[in-house]
Design a binder for this molecule. Structure first.
Ligand code: 13P
Length: 251
């Protein structure tokens, strides 16, 4: 019922030339895969060139961040319209690296979600607890606060217009992935929270991606969970063969 979405978050990796070589290598490897939507999120500088390369292919383009204003004196920022025109269908919002290193807040993520939707982009809203929060039993409380902060003031209609990525901070770039059971437990909880915001029907349509050290060897088990509807892949998305084998998790 929910088509899985496997998205590669390239973070601050790849020049324009490197990005084009990566998608050129990736396209034939994922060409025949059915029943999975695939997206890549290159850095801003490479978006337009990669977007041109992806025209007419099933591979979708995503931004890694954006500003909530449509335009203005915001040095260093880009708008939803700029991303959309570069070819983006998606934008990653509220990634834990943005929250931890660049001071993004739940309220700011909420403003970005509204601006992304208004600009025709599908937000991939990231939530996830730190190790300290998990150890003191606060994981559920944290992700609930984050998801309510992002969507709570936007009304029930927005709920099924976003994707949500659960990325436990302790699993990002550490090689320490959540177990499939841990991921499923939080995803099921997130779907409940989404249900309280937008009703169970809408919540049932939302794709919940897992992120944090997703690799070819663990992707089938993670993506086999009933409420895990895709993956947000960091390090393993930088190598075409590795990313393609995650996309082919069913094979
Ligand atoms: P890794 O797959 O490198 O752990 O990164 C996950 C992530 O942050 C994707 O957004």
């Amino acid at each position: 019922m929910r088509t899985p979405l496997v998205a590669g978050n390239w973070k601050m990796h790849k020049t324009v030339g490197e990005a084009l070589r990566l998608v050129d290598a990736l396209l034939p490897l994922v060409a025949g895969v059915e029943g999975v939507e695939v997206a890549v999120a290159p850095p801003f500088t490479a978006l337009h060139a990669v977007g041109q390369r992806l025209v007419g292919t099933p591979l979708r383009l995503a931004g890694q961040n954006m500003h909530w204003e449509a335009q203005g004196a915001y040095t260093g920022e880009v708008s939803a319209a700029m991303l959309a025109e570069a070819g983006c269908a998606y934008v990653i919002l509220g990634h834990s690296e943005r929250r931890q290193l660049f001071g993004e807040t739940d309220a700011g993520v909420g403003r970005k979600v509204a601006a992304a939707l208004a600009g025709g982009l599908t937000p991939v809203v990231c939530v996830g607890e730190t190790l300290e929060e998990r150890d003191r039993g606060a994981a559920f409380e944290v992700v609930e606060r984050q998801i309510r902060g992002a969507l709570g003031s936007l009304g029930p209609d927005v709920v099924d217009r976003v994707a949500v990525a659960y990325e436990p901070v302790w699993a990002i770039g550490t090689g320490r992935t959540a177990t499939a059971a841990q991921a499923q437990e939080v995803h099921a909880f997130l779907r409940q929270v989404l249900g309280s915001l937008g009703g169970t029907e809408r919540a049932g349509r939302v794709r919940l991606l897992y992120g944090g050290s997703v690799k070819p060897y663990n992707s089938a088990e993670l993506l086999g969970q009933p409420d895990v509807d895709g993956a947000l892949v960091g390090g393993a998305s930088l190598e075409p063969e590795t990313f393609a084998s995650i996309v082919r998790f069913r094979v």
